[in-house]
Ligand binder design. Structure first.
Ligand code: TNX
Length: 512
């Protein structure tokens, strides 16, 4: 009996290995199905990453995973292609055609004592599965330098797929410019939570941020400042392509926005002929909205729009161009409607689909045009009545530039305070009465940057709210529970700290 006692004690102590993460407590977003199986896998320097088949993309996934695990473990894991089954001590990535349920982003992740297997229909699905695997490792896996420790992870079976196909984050690079290295860091941060869209707000009153070769003053002059009078900046087309490629490697679609006819002072200051009176405006470094408009009944305006959309379409592999359309308070409605109609035609002629802020519903929407809702239910309903799909960005839930509470230093508060619970506790499918899941493409979290000037501030505003939004976009509403989310988020803080990601320590969570 004594031997049995010791055996049992030994076994339970293994199971309760304090260094191992419990599957149900660490995953963000929460997967559709998680089954812990009570043992563990140990990653060692001899673990192999095996790629089934000769897919180039899958090989890239394997290398991405090896690079992810390298700094903290010090392991130079070998990535190999194979035609055989998973062998012992391997992480096996395989594309399967048998599991139609996975969709194009779903995956299964099976961790046993012997090996780890990730299966999906596409390399995109494998990539999402790799993000899940990453979160199962001890938080120290995210350290930038070598950690002297063992790398056990809990065994289990996970089956997972997203509830919405569009899960986005928007970054406003106009009010304050963020250089391409920062944008790449932003991409890496959102990829961790399985977001798949980066919407870049590239033009506004305060700055024009994308090189347009046929209209060079847009950037050289229109891009020369920002809110507060800083020196602004812009992306060359080469920079932009680099950002797009970086995003593509993480299965994130870049959606560029050129906001018009309002929010255009940076263009109007660069080219006097775009103003109705032919006179250039002045560079603007304040925070007001709604005072500028392109001249909608001059032909040159449409030549301008066509050149911009053409050049942008040529360097944008994704299917969408965002045309803004919001807060055009200086454009008469009888000018606004034909303008939006004509701009939609220009986008379509350039083989792209249109997205616009919800005000565009006053125009005649083209069949594939998508409406991005930011707060007026009437506009969303009108969009749906015109057969448009809706992206939900309710300002009082998803606007990452809103203050958390009355003591938040950065941010605005016109849509109210948005603490972590407010950001998390809502369901897309019941948000607007009359709009159901079939009308919704997905959700997006915009970060407007009037008050946000650098990466530390950016992180403080997006974390941890964006993690909740990522879960809303991915996890079925029926599986989302605030009390359960709170625990996972609290545990996740350690990981953010190790990654040196700044976040808002809201008093709603018992941070350790
Ligand atoms: C509204 S909502 C805007 C932006 C501002 C933001 C500040 C919308 C489509 N436009 O121009 O930056 O509020 O919170």
């Amino acid at each position: 009996t004594i031997t049995i006692f010791f055996l049992v004690a030994l076994l339970t102590s293994c199971k309760e290995n304090p260094k191992m993460n419990l599957l149900n407590e660490v995953l963000l977003p929460k997967p559709v199905s998680v089954k812990p199986t009570g043992s563990s896998f140990e990653l060692t320097r001899n673990t192999k990453i095996l790629i089934k088949g000769d897919s180039k993309k899958l090989l890239e996934n394997g290398k991405y995973l090896a690079n992810l695990l390298k700094p903290a473990t010090g392991f130079n894991l070998e990535v190999q292609t194979t035609s055989k089954k998973a062998i012992s001590n391997s992480i096996y990535l395989v594309i399967t055609t048998q599991e139609s349920n996975y969709g194009d982003e779903g995956y299964s992740l099976n961790i046993t004592e012997k090996h780890i297997i990730i299966k999906a229909n596409t390399a995109k699905g494998i990539f999402r599965g790799v993000q899940t695997l990453r979160q199962i490792f001890p938080s120290e896996i995210e350290a930038a330098d070598y950690q002297n420790r063992k790398w056990f992870i809990a065994s289990g079976e996970i089956y997972d797929y997203p509830q919405f196909t569009y899960r986005g984050a928007m970054l406003d690079v106009t009010r304050h410019f963020f250089k391409k290295e920062d944008v790449k860091k932003y991409i890496d941060m959102i990829a961790m939570y399985k977001l798949n869209v980066l919407h870049l707000h590239l033009s506004d009153d305060q700055g024009w941020r994308i090189e347009i070769k046929s209209w060079p003053n847009l950037t050289t002059y229109g891009g020369s400042t920002e809110v507060g009078g800083g020196k602004g900046g812009f992306y060359t087309q080469e920079d932009y392509k680099e950002i797009v490629k970086y995003a593509q490697q993480r299965y994130i679609t870049v959606i560029p926005e050129i906001d018009m006819p309002g929010h255009t002072n940076a263009a109007l200051v660069s080219y006097p002929e775009l103003n109705c009176d032919g006179k250039a405006t002045k560079l603007y470094t304040g925070m007001k909205v709604g005072f500028s408009t392109l001249c909608t009944n001059k032909e040159i305006t449409y030549r301008f729009v066509n050149d911009v959309i053409r050049e942008l379409s040529e360097i944008t592999p994704g299917p969408y161009i965002h045309i803004g359309g919001d807060e055009s308070h200086s454009t008469k409605i009888e000018d606004y409607i034909p303008f939006i109609n004509r701009v939609q035609e220009i986008v379509i002629a350039n083989k792209k689909k249109v997205i616009g802020w919800d005000e565009i519903v006053s125009a005649a929407l083209k069949p594939a045009t998508i409406v991005q809702y930011w707060g007026r239910p009437k506009n969303a309903l009108k969009g749906v009545s015109k057969n448009a799909k809706i992206i939900l960005s309710p300002s009082d839930r998803t606007y990452l530039d809103m203050k958390y509470d009355s003591v938040t230093k950065l941010g605005l508060k016109w849509a109210g305070y948005v603490d972590i619970d407010k950001a998390y506790n809502w369901n897309p499918s019941t948000l607007i009465s009359g709009i159901t899941k079939k009308d919704i493409l997905g959700i997006e979290s915009p970060l407007w940057t009037e008050t946000v000037t650098n990466m530390k501030e950016l992180e403080l505003m997006i974390f941890p709210r964006i993690i909740g939004h990522a879960e809303i976009g991915w996890t079925p509403d029926s599986l989302r529970v605030w009390d359960d989310y709170k625990i996972r988020l609290q545990k996740h803080a350690k990981r953010l700290k190790i990654m040196k990601i700044n976040f808002y320590p809201s008093s709603l969570i018992d941070w350790d």
